[in-house]
Design a protein around this ligand. Structure first.
Ligand SMILES: [Zn+2]
Ligand SMILES: [Zn+2]
Length: 375
């Protein structure tokens, strides 16, 4: 066990709605049940952006005035482990998991959910007894989702790491930990797209493109990608979309257009704004399934009519594709290595840690698919 405090750099958010600052921080040794990870890469996800941009979503965190190391998508190497850690050892390659999986609680053994009773997204910002392992000038630094991947080193609970095949490129597989796992899983595990189906995906960032890939690999016949940015068309086609639509270029509401095609069997909302939720719901066939992935402004919802529900429509959703996170990360890395999960095209930008604010600006402007920090 390595008992040294590590000094390193991290991107810190001092308060929601302000730019991140690159700070010199300290990272304490891991304690019981904890793992210290040297981060190799980290992806920029919109749910970090919501906090950086100060958006009020249903999952906004109350930081209680504390600064926080952001980032919940990453990949790295275990540097040291605390007492009692058995699933990983120094040198192992890992993907941090923003959802815990203790493998001991009633929910971890429940086949219908991937939630875990060992912690939630708020308690994950701290370690035991509200301590933090990361500090700045001795002041506690919270850790986003318990993973804090925008740091050269992070202390993460063993329940929040998945050991992966060491031959996978750590600079690429980081995106499996949120975007790919969540988007692809929503198609194959939540919606369970059937062969020959008609699918439509709103919002073609890394999550939406991963959902397209899941639809394609499930054997969907018609896969429609919907975005406001014309630049997304080529990458959408690469990921399986056979029709690309920019709604404002139609001379009718998109739901009317899609209903004239006979309706959509599986709609995916990867945006969360109210107009998209309404359009996606109204585009469904009577037996259609709307899967909600996007985190929009607080209070948004789906206006599901009883008359539609009794006819057979379904509205659903889930975190990380409602898949057990450890096994899913491991299996998706293996699929990537075998060539059956072609995700390289999702990474459109690679940056240094100190370019992170520009990365979030470009994400907000819809100019990027996934931007990955290389440490
Ligand atoms: Zn994410
Ligand atoms: Zn559990």
């Amino acid at each position: 066990m390595n008992a040294q405090v590590i000094n390193c750099r991290a991107a810190v958010l001092w308060s929601p709605g302000t730019p991140l600052t690159i700070e010199n921080i300290t990272v304490d040794p891991p304690q019981e049940g904890e793992v210290r990870v040297r981060m190799v890469s980290a992806g920029l996800c919109a749910s970090d952006g919501h906090l950086v941009w100060g958006w009020d979503t249903d999952l906004i965190l109350d930081l209680e005035g504390n600064p926080i190391v952001m980032g919940h998508e990453g990949a790295g190497v275990v540097e040291s482990v605390g007492p009692g850690v058995t699933s990983v050892a120094p040198g192992d390659h890992v993907i941090p998991m923003w959802m815990p999986e203790c493998e001991k609680c009633d929910l971890c053994s429940h086949p219908k959910t991937n939630l875990c009773l060992s912690g939630d997204i708020v308690s994950a910002m701290y370690h035991k007894n509200k301590e933090t392992r990361m500090k700045i000038n001795g002041k506690p630094l919270l850790s986003k989702a318990g993973t804090g991947t925008f740091s050269e080193y992070s202390v993460i609970r063993e329940t929040h790491v998945a050991k992966i095949n060491p031959s996978a490129d750590l600079k690429t597989v980081c995106i499996i930990g949120c975007a790919v796992g969540g988007g692809y899983g929503s198609a194959v595990n939540i919606a369970r797209v059937h062969p020959g189906a008609k699918c439509a995906v709103w919002g073609l960032g890394a999550v939406g493109l991963s959902a397209l890939l899941g639809c394609k690999q499930s054997g969907a016949h018609t896969i429609i990608g919907i975005d406001i940015n014309a630049d997304k068309e080529s990458v959408a086609k690469e990921f399986g979309c056979n029709e690309f639509i920019i709604p404002k270029t139609l001379d009718e509401p998109i739901e009317s257009y899609l209903q004239k095609m006979g309706g959509i069997d599986y709609a995916f909302d990867c945006i969360g704004n109210q107009q998209v939720l309404d359009s996606a719901y109204k585009s469904l066939t009577p037996w259609g399934v709307l899967t909600v992935l996007g985190l929009g402004p607080r209070g948004n919802g789906v206006n599901a009519k009883v008359a539609d529900l009794v006819m057979g429509r379904t509205v659903t959703g889930g975190l990380f594709g409602n898949q057990k996170p450890r096994k899913t990360n491991q299996e998706m890395v293996d699929k990537y290595l075998s060539g059956s999960l072609p995700i390289d095209g999702l990474i459109t930008h690679r940056i240094r840690l100190d370019e992170i604010n520009e990365g979030f600006d470009n994400l907000k402007a819809g100019k990027t698919v996934r931007t990955v920090i290389e440490f």
